[in-house]
Design a protein around this ligand. Sequence first.
Ligand SMILES: [Zn+2]
Length: 65
Amino acid sequence: MEVIRRVEKEVQCPWCANTVVPQVRVFRNDHGDIKERRCPECNKILAAYLDEKRPVLKKVRTFEG
Ligand SMILES: [Zn+2]
């Protein structure tokens, strides 16, 4: 499994209470790039959010007509 390792701050995992450096993965869905942080100990998601590099509103498409 490939994991992007960046300089991440150690955090305390709310799931397993270990102090861990989150594993960061970026993947794409319909809305853009999603950045996901996961605990390497218990493999649960700590956070996931849009990796906004451009204004989101400009990406909105309409499917009418
Ligand atoms: Zn954990």
